[in-house]
Design a protein around this ligand. Structure first.
Ligand code: NAD
Length: 501
């Protein structure tokens, strides 16, 4: 694997082929890449062209159990490995991912479709979890104190929860993996990682990078598969598994929580969102438009944090919508490897068709497409950046994740109404508030039911911050000082104090 500078378009096909050829195609079990037990495979496609990029081994249930055998076998010695050693492996992994940033970025662009500039941003964001948790590894404090009546001592320590199943979605192939793997390594847990079948190449390349950084065999096992439930099914029934950390859609998360209940597993669930983006009448409208572009268009709108509902005060709605539509209409759509591309394809034909069905239903219900409103002809699964005005409050597009480059705008007249509309969803992940009045921002943040709130900011994800949702957006937090706690259990030791009176 090499360090490269930016890809010259003329060399791109050659460069793409040599990078793809360097990605491991097998299952990673106990430190070795191997074929699936039944020899099965599945193809990975480029959503900009529909072409096959690579063919990977498809893990069976038997392979999943072999991966858990390896994780279970490595757990005891990994838990005893000095925190400094685990920390330095993570730090080396950070350095290697950073050195290989162009490889990771190009791989994500190829398999997921996001423009290269965005893919580079994800490498920076994703790598930061490795550095952050390298630093957290050696600072996982317990406590020692005297009981209130003075006769005993209390010792509290954290221990690794044990072997974990990590399931990641297709939309952020590197960051969703590092956000789970890094805290698990920090805490001393072993893992079975199942990346999404639509974008598994980045996870394969990342797993090899973890091995290159010195991670011992069996600590991280990777089982890409065309059958997700064939992996999770047997593992959730196996009493050696102690935790599941899942990032994906709310319906799948609910099913996995129900299955995880059988073994009373620790669960972390990072699920869907329906983020409100509220623009108050005293907001800096140009800043709000800039923030709206970031909050809506990052990853072509295929993000759990994507602004899904634009709630704009009625006195500024027209001006905001005009400026926002002008900015959206000026974006260039194309394959992510093209330097001019600002908007890549959606992940597959079904995703594009779902987005268009939501837009068509909204337009039928009275919404106006100020810009966009249709799929783009030709190969690949492209959709026009779209702004919808006059969207009725009961339109389906406001009630569910759009997962595409479509921004529905609605209006409100009072702060109370904005809060009520923002909260009128079963989701509670990210939210965005624009106002020049800091007291108002704090007042509204107190009242809205979301795990994360941006004040005059369209992008809030950061490895040092606790990422996660409330209500049906999930349980648990990733990143921040909270992230490592998801992978530890607390043990209390009561000590008789012979010197106490
Ligand atoms: P998905 O739920 O379809 O799949 C997520 C992962 O679960 C994939 O690896 C998939 O193969 C696997 N999976 C699917 N069915 C399964 C089953 N029955 N048993 C076990 N595993 C199964 O979601 P997706 O389409 O990959 O990702 C998009 C969703 O993820 C959106 O809802 C988005 O909001 C959410 N998401 C949430 C966060 C967050 O941090 N809250 C981050 C990114 C994405």
């Amino acid at each position: 694997m090499t360090v490269t500078s930016t890809v010259s378009p003329a060399l791109a096909p050659e460069r793409e082929a040599s990078l793809l050829a360097s990605v491991p195609t097998g299952l990673l079990i106990n430190g070795e890449w191997r074929e699936a037990s039944d020899g099965g495979t599945f193809d990975v496609h480029d959503p900009a062209t529909g072409q096959v990029l690579a063919t990977l081994a498809s893990a069976t249930s038997q392979d999943a159990v072999a991966a858990l055998d390896a994780a279970d076998g490595a757990q005891a010695s990994w838990a005893r490995t000095a925190p400094r050693v685990r920390s330095e492996i993570l730090r080396r992994a950070f350095d290697l991912v950073t050195e290989r940033a162009e490889d990771f970025a190009l791989l994500m662009t190829l398999e997921m479709g996001k423009p290269l500039a965005e893919a580079r941003g994800e490498v920076t964001y994703g790598a930061e979890f490795l550095r952050w948790f390298a630093e957290e590894t050696v600072r996982d404090y317990g406590r020692y104190l005297t009981t209130p009546e003075g006769r005993n001592k209390i010792l509290v320590q954290h221990k690794p929860v044990g072997p974990c199943l990590l399931i990641t979605p297709w939309n952020f192939p590197l960051a969703m993996a590092t956000r789970k793997v890094a805290p698990a390594v920090a805490a001393g847990c072993t893992m079975v990682l199942k990346p999404a079948k639509l974008t598994p190449l980045t996870g394969q390349y990342f797993a090899q990078t973890m091995l290159d950084a010195g991670l011992p065999p069996g600590v991280l096992n990777v089982v890409a598969s065309s059958s997700a439930s064939g992996i999770s099914g047997p593992l959730l029934k196996d009493s050696r598994l102690r935790k599941i950390s899942f990032t994906g859609s709310t319906p799948v998360g609910k099913r996995l929580m129900a299955d995880a209940a059988q073994n009373v597993l620790r669960t972390s669930m990072e699920l869907g969102g329906n983020a409100p983006f509220i623009v108050f009448e005293d907001a800096d409208l140009d800043a709000a438009v800039e923030g709206a572009m970031a909050a809506k268009m990052r990853n072509m709108g295929e993000a759990c944090t994507a602004a899904n509902r634009f709630l704009v005060h009625e006195t500024v709605a027209q001006e905001f919508t005009r400026k926002f539509a002008a900015a959206m209409g000026a974006l260039t759509t194309g394959r992510g490897t093209e330097p001019a591309t600002k908007v890549g394809p959606l992940i597959d034909a079904a995703a594009r068709d779902d987005v268009h069905a939501l837009v068509s239903a909204a337009v039928e219900a009275g919404a106006i497409a100020v810009t966009g409103g249709a799929p783009v002809d030709g190969p690949g699964y492209f959709y026009q950046p779209t702004v919808l005005a006059n969207v009725p409050n009961n339109a389906a597009i406001l009630g569910q994740e759009i997962f595409g480059p479509v921004a529905p705008v609605t209006t409100f007249s009072t702060e109370e109404e904005a809060v009520r509309l923002a909260n009128s969803t079963e989701y509670g992940l990210a939210s965005y508030l624009y106002s020049r009045d800091f007291n108002r921002l704090l007042r509204v943040a107190e009242q809205i039911e979301f795990g994360m709130v941006g004040f005059n900011a369209g992008v809030i994800s950061n490895a040092a911050a606790p990422f996660g949702g409330v209500k049906q957006s999930g349980l648990g937090r990733e990143g921040g000082t909270e992230g490592i706690a998801e992978y530890t259990t607390t043990q209390y030791i009561g000590i008789n104090d012979p010197y106490a009176g």
